[in-house]
Design a protein around this ligand. Structure first.
Ligand code: SF4
Ligand code: SF4
Length: 95
């Protein structure tokens, strides 16, 4: 019998080395986000990095799993995405 996988548990097992001085994800133009009606980033990010709060997009780059989806998922290419600097970012534990 197949064992089901709990994604939240898996994500909970990851470690993050947070770079407090450099955000590797940035919104290029808040105005573009304001006019983006469907806001798909609120759904495609598996880590919930993007939230809309107080009429603006909030980016919690610290929780990024580095899956790369937002490089292609934003219909307006409004997200500047880079890898975190060396020594920072997500650390996966397999098994
Ligand atoms: S999908 Fe892109 S343009 Fe739309 S709200 Fe998200 S980051 Fe902004
Ligand atoms: S790279 Fe993946 S986990 Fe990181 S913000 Fe983009 S969609 Fe979310």
């Amino acid at each position: 019998m197949k064992k089901s996988v709990n994604i939240d548990e898996k994500i909970g097992a990851t470690k993050f080395f947070v770079d407090e001085e450099y955000a590797h994800l940035k919104i290029k133009s808040p105005e573009v986000c304001h006019n983006c009606l469907s806001k798909p980033c609120l759904n495609f990010c598996p880590a919930g990095v993007y939230r809309f709060s107080d009429n603006k997009l909030v980016v919690s780059y610290q929780a990024c799993l580095e899956c790369g989806s937002c490089r292609v998922g934003c219909p307006f290419m409004n997200i500047h995405w880079d890898y975190p600097r060396g020594g920072f970012g997500v650390s996966y534990k397999f098994g």
